[in-house]
Every structure is written in structure tokens, then in C-alpha cells.
Design a protein around this ligand. Structure first.
Ligand code: 13P
Length: 247
């Protein structure tokens, strides 16, 4: 039985004042019988760590460099993330793939760098609307995951995978539980072919997850939790999703 994992991706939102309220409210609502993580903007990691002291909620970042250190202005290494206590980092989010032209190989290299420093990469895969309409969903997500499997080798059993259909992100359009499960099953099968740890790996669904649809999504055989954008910015909504994952 895989323990569910719920990850809040704050994206580029927040301020010191707003975050303090959000984290304090959230801390008061737990704990849940699920693993919970918040992935916050870099400047707020230290304060998040402090605000979550004594809570079971872990924290992480939304991206990391594929490089170890050196002349890479503006980048943040996974060594640094580990140094400030991050246990997770999102890599390959579709917004980074789209707006920063991140390739499958760069995403894989970032995942490798994170694992090398004990930070668990949450590797995002997902198809665009036009790719889905062209019947390419399976080939796209398999190609994205294959780069990571190839680069990590047997260590690929240590990652978290997140299936986020691009057309469902921030749009209010959610994949139906059946649509999501179908893709998760494809990803699980791909992982089985690569590692004997596939059955214990967590594959999250992301894309307009809300309190109202979380329980049904999480009840699917291969959906092991969620990667939550907008709803992770509201204490009540995020807490309700964490509760839905705890059943
Ligand atoms: P929304 O939950 O706002 O659709 O965002 C999903 C997402 O991109 C999480 O990484």
C-alpha cells in the first residue's frame, strides 16, 4: 500500500505576510495520514522551514540547476536545496518546459543532480491539448519519462512522478479520474520495465485538483496523490485535499 503524497506548488505567488498566514493556518489543520509537502519560491524557503518547525509537512523547491556549483548566474543547485533542508524539488514542470525551453534531457539531468544530493525529484510529465487531440498522449509522456529512466538507471526507483496534462493546469479542466488513471497505468508499466521498485513508487496527478474532485482522483488504482497549484494557496482547500488523500 503506497502512502499518498500531496504536494503544493505555490508557483510564483506569495509574500512574507501572506505565506506566514498560510503556513500557520495549514500547520493548525494537520496532521494528516498522508505525506504533505509545500514547494515554495526560493526566497521563502528559510522562512517556510521555520514556520513548519515541529510539523510533519515537508518543504521543497520548484526547480533546481543541473549543475553542482559555479558560474551559473541566477541558478540554484540541489546542494543548496539540501543545505537548507529541502527534501523535494519539482523538475520539468510544464511551465518550465514551455517558458524556459527545458528539454527532456535537461529535466533528466536536474533529476539526477537532485538525487545525488538526497533531494527527491518530483518529475513532471504531461501532454498539451493538441498532443492529446492528435492521439499522442502516451507517446509524449513515455518519451518524457524515458529520458529520466535512461539517465538515472536503477536509481529511477527513487523519484516521484507527476502526471500533469498541460490542458488541465490552471484551466479548471480536470482530467476525468478514468483519463488520469489510464495515463498513470502507462507510466507505472514503463517504470516496472525499468525498476523492481515500481510498485512502491508514487505517481501524482496534477491539473485543477480541488477539494471537490480530489477524493475521486485519489481513489484510482495508480494515482498516489496530487500536485496542487491554485488550491494550495488557500488553507481550507489545501487541507481538504490532504484530508481526501488520507482515506
Ligand atoms: P493547478 O492546480 O492550479 O491547475 O496547477 C497544477 C500545477 O501546475 C501544479 O504543479
Amino acid at each position: 500500500m503506497r502512502k499518498k503524497l500531496v504536494v503544493g506548488n505555490w508557483k510564483m505567488n506569495g509574500s512574507r505576510a501572506v505565506n506566514a498566514q498560510l503556513l500557520a493556518g495549514f500547520k493548525d489543520s494537520g496532521p494528516w495520514n498522508a505525506d504533505v509537502v509545500v514547494c515554495v519560491p526560493f526566497p521563502y524557503i528559510a522562512e517556510t522551514a521555520l514556520a513548519l518547525t515541529g510539523s510533519a509537512t515537508a518543504y521543497g523547491a520548484q526547480d533546481c540547476s543541473a549543475h553542482e556549483q559555479g558560474a551559473f548566474t541566477g541558478e540554484v543547485s540541489s546542494t543548496m536545496l539540501a543545505d537548507v533542508g529541502c527534501r523535494y524539488v519539482i523538475v520539468g514542470h510544464s511551465e518550465r518546459r514551455a517558458y524556459h525551453a527545458e528539454s527532456d534531457q535537461l529535466v533528466a539531468d536536474k533529476a539526477k543532480a537532485a538525487l545525488a544530493h538526497g533531494v527527491t525529484p518530483i518529475v513532471c510529465v504531461g501532454e498539451t491539448r493538441s498532443e492529446r487531440e492528435a492521439g499522442q498522449t502516451e507517446s509524449v509522456v513515455k518519451r518524457q519519462l524515458a529520458a529520466v529512466i535512461h539517465t538515472l538507471g536503477h536509481c529511477c526507483g527513487e523519484i516521484v512522478v507527476a502526471y500533469e496534462p498541460v490542458w488541465a493546469i490552471g484551466t479548471g479542466l480536470t482530467a476525468t479520474p478514468e483519463q488520469a488513471q489510464a495515463v498513470h497505468a502507462v507510466l507505472r508499466a514503463q517504470l516496472h520495465a525499468a525498476t523492481d521498485r515500481a510498485s512502491s513508487m508514487r505517481i501524482l496527478y496534477g491539473g485543477s485538483v480541488k477539494a471537490e474532485n480530489a477524493a475521486e482522483l485519489f481513489s484510482q488504482a495508480d494515482i498516489d496523490g496530487g500536485l496542487i497549484g491554485g488550491a494550495s494557496l488557500k488553507v481550507g482547500d489545501f487541507a481538504a485535499i490532504c484530508l481526501a488523500a488520507a482515506h
